[in-house]
Design a protein around this ligand. Structure first.
Ligand code: PEP
Ligand code: MN
Length: 338
């Protein structure tokens, strides 16, 4: 349920209504919008009579949110959420996240060298898989904690905050200590225990869309994280499965305006896992910027042919640099900054 409170109400008046609602066993979440104050109510709102709330002078309107996601809903929070991932990098609103790096971290020398090249080209965060969700148990599974250590060495050299995927709750504390953004992969989008666990932290979470998930299911997964108290959720569209098999997945670019209408949380695009083929990526990355997305995540490898995972969809540092030249121009048109 949402209560719109008029802008010029006193704190005492707002406290009065808040206490009344809390006395009914509900939780109140306040957000100060540009034209009004919004009180979002969670809990068993069926107990509340809308007319009782409308008797308060400061109440402009009261209505029930019909969508099953509440805290992720823009009705709950009018303005775009801006998430601070540390080291001066923000995502949301006018702030664009440009995250790039290898699919898997392979060794320290290459990771540091690549991170420097990415930073010079304009990236503002470094991705790298240390725990890899591979389709085959016989494929490279990632360097584990050693991969996170290497990413931290690259961060020391470049200042780039780190994004890496957490696959299970057993490594949660290590990730809280060693990464700036916890990535929840497509295959774990509905791993509810994992979502609840990251919801108990305040680390930014990059929540990838499940390959067969609807937008509503994806928003509900974000709701799990928000319900735990963690407000720092970033959506990542990475392609969904369709009948089309010319590319690895189909990039649902329409998810950008839809998610932005429904939610105040930022959404970034990963054209690498969507396309699965290198030549498609620059075109989709540029489209993503013009769609109004709040960021990009792109796989880059010094020598894609030798990459231990996803080489076929990794750009070379040179290709990434060239792409960034255009992206910087497009970001100006969109009024966004890196
Ligand atoms: C990845 O980012 O390397 C990855 C495995 O992504 P996704 O979960 O989108 O497949
Ligand atoms: Mn990958």
């Amino acid at each position: 349920m949402i209560i719109h409170i008029s802008q010029n109400s006193s704190e005492n008046q707002i406290d009065e209504i808040t206490q009344f609602v809390e006395s009914m066993g509900l939780n109140v979440h306040r957000s100060n919008g540009s034209n009004r104050i919004i009180l979002g109510l969670t809990g068993d709102v069926s107990k509340i009579d809308i007319n009782t709330l409308k008797k308060y002078n400061i109440v402009e309107d009261v209505y029930r949110i019909t969508a099953p996601y509440k805290k992720a809903n823009r009705e709950f929070h009018e303005a775009d959420s801006v998430i601070d991932i540390g080291d001066g990098v923000k995502v949301g609103g006018d702030h664009f996240l440009m995250c790039a790096g290898p699919c898997s971290v392979e060794n320290e020398t290459d990771t540091i060298e690549l991170a420097k090249q990415l930073k010079d080209a304009g990236a503002n965060s470094l991705r790298g898989g240390a725990f890899k969700p591979r389709t085959s148990p016989y494929s490279f599974q990632g360097l584990g904690v050693e991969g996170l250590r290497i990413l931290n060495e690259a961060k020391k050299e470049t200042g780039l905050p780190i994004v890496s995927e957490l696959m299970g709750t057993d490594h949660l504390d290590t990730f809280v200590d060693m990464v700036d953004v916890i990535q929840i992969g497509a295959r774990n989008m509905q791993n509810f225990d994992l979502l609840k666990a990251v919801g108990q932290t305040d680390k930014p979470v990059l929540l990838k869309r499940g390959m067969s998930a609807t937008i509503e299911e994806w928003l509900m997964s974000a709701e799990y994280i928000l319900a735990g108290g963690n407000k720092n959720v970033i959506f990542c569209e990475r392609g969904i499965r369709t009948f089309e098999d010319a590319t690895r997945n189909t990039l649902d670019i329409q998810a950008v305006p839809v998610v932005q209408k429904e939610s105040h949380l930022p959404i970034v695009i990963d054209p690498s896992h969507a396309a699965g083929i290198r030549y498609v990526i620059p075109s989709m990355a540029k489209s993503a910027v013009m769609s109004g997305a709040n960021g990009l995540q792109i796989e880059v490898h010094q020598n894609p042919e030798k990459a231990w995972s996803d080489g076929q969809q990794s750009l070379t540092p040179e290709e990434f640099k060239n792409l960034m030249e255009t992206i910087k121009i497009l970001l100006k048109i969109e009024g966004k900054t890196l």
